[in-house]
Design a protein around this ligand. Sequence first.
Ligand code: S3P
Length: 168
Amino acid sequence: MKKTKNIILCGFMGCGKSTVGILLAKKNGMAFIDLDAYIEKKENMTVSEIFEKFGEERFRELERQAARELSAKNGVVIAAGGGTLTFQENVDVLRKNGTIILLDLPVETVARRLENDTTRPLLNRPDKDEAMKELYNKRMPLYRAAADMVFDADQSPMQVCTEIMKNI
Ligand code: S3P
């Protein structure tokens, strides 16, 4: 049987990985899996609860395991977490059977989109803007290194989806 590659959406928190992923999957008749939601379902806890109760290290372990499990699938659109593709091990495992697409977004748009968000434990702190910028600057080069293709995500999810469809 012919195996279809997965599409893995990568990028900083708030770049639209899940929203664009759902649209892309629907348009292509593919299944959609959100990696964070996959972990939440397996653990029966939210990502925030996992961070709170067990810490970031435990979350990264669960994320690594989820990346391994999802890489065994074929022809699915996967929305990675914002940290997933900053770890080489996850890049290697997901790329074996998938095309990694970076949704690129300026930090100013991220800040605007996440202004009232409380669901990202890494940004739930008094110095949120500073922490966001630091993390963004650290991660963008890693995302670019991991990505097979890069798309401008500073537009509506439907526009991003259309751009991706034209090019893959
Ligand atoms: C994280 C991003 C989140 C989630 C967790 C850690 C990160 O996913 O995996 O809070 O390290 O950037 P989203 O990018 O979907 O918000």
